[in-house]
Design a protein around this ligand. Structure first.
Ligand code: SF4
Length: 283
């Protein structure tokens, strides 16, 4: 026998379902509570439809069609589209990383960049300034970019998670899964010709692969951003390339890998048809 939920529980269920819909998860299933079990509360399908505006009976939502006119407008005004994503993020509390952050670190750079660098998450300097890669690792990233014959302002830089993990720990899977769709939307707006994943966390999140850096490096991957159903930037046609290299913070700890990193960046430059400097710079 189904119970009617009180006002507070109804709101909690509705908020939870909207949260999943924001993430692009539309298919929700109910578990029937067996006779005699006392935990939890069941809810009638019709009631669920009323409080969430979901169709009843619950069925998989059809793929919303991409509106060509809206998509064209988005592609024409990338700065405005990035602002929309930032507004959608708001004063985000979608994951526990919100609890200790000072600033959300959204992303920075040229919205029309050919190259996008993606790290794992902000550190202390980034958290304080609200901009990615501004500390020592950021200075090294700038050197790497300059070695390619371009400037930091010419590329776009972002992270898998936008709030600093405590003690600079690696972002956890659930944090990446919640924050990552916003990165995917940024990629879909900037539409870089190639993405450089900095470090294992970014590489594994973007490629959905669990492997060592040694195996992940050295390849040019096809990359197709996975976007929430609600993302206006959703373009089923868009795909780009991706390479994996070491995170600058790792290079600060093990400078011997700079040479390998330079090989990765040369691979990027070759792919883009950029001329290579005559000698290896000290990145
Ligand atoms: S890391 Fe991302 S999802 Fe988590 S609170 Fe920050 S902005 Fe929100």
């Amino acid at each position: 026998m189904a119970k009617v939920l009180d006002e507070q529980s109804r709101k909690a269920v509705a908020d939870t379902i909207r949260y999943y819909r924001d993430l692009g998860i539309y298919d929700l299933y109910r578990c029937e509570v067996p006779e005699g079990m006392t935990f939890g509360t069941t809810i009638e399908r019709e009631e669920l439809a009323v409080i969430t505006d979901l169709p009843t009976p619950l069925v998989a939502a059809p793929e919303p069609a991409v509106d060509p006119a809206q998509l064209a407008a988005i592609l024409a005004d990338k700065p405005a589209s990035l602002r929309v994503i930032r507004e959608d993020l708001g004063d985000c509390t979608r994951c526990k990383l919100s609890q200790q952050r000072t600033n959300i670190v959204f992303g920075v750079g040229d919205p029309h960049a050919r190259i996008m660098f993606v790290g794992e998450g902000p550190g202390a300097d980034e958290d304080a300034q609200g901009e990615p890669f501004v500390g020592r690792a950021g200075q090294l990233l700038n050197n790497m970019i300059n070695a390619m014959g371009i400037r930091r302002e010419d590329v776009y830089i972002g992270n898998v998670v936008k709030c600093r993990p405590p003690q600079n720990r690696t972002p956890e899977r659930d944090e990446c899964d919640v924050c990552g769709p916003f990165l995917m939307r940024q990629i879909s707006v900037v539409r870089p010709e190639i993405i450089v994943a900095l470090g294992a966390t970014a590489a594994k999140f973007l490629l959905g692969a669990v492997d060592s850096m040694a195996n992940l490096r050295g390849h040019i991957y096809d990359f197709h951003p996975i976007l929430p159903h609600t993302a206006p930037e959703r373009d089923p046609e868009f795909s780009t390339k991706l390479v994996v290299t070491y995170h600058p913070a790792y290079l600060l700890r093990d400078p011997r890998q700079k040479k390998e990193t330079w090989l990765d960046l040369q691979m990027v430059m070759k792919y883009l048809g950029m001329s290579l400097p005559k000698r290896n710079p000290e990145a």
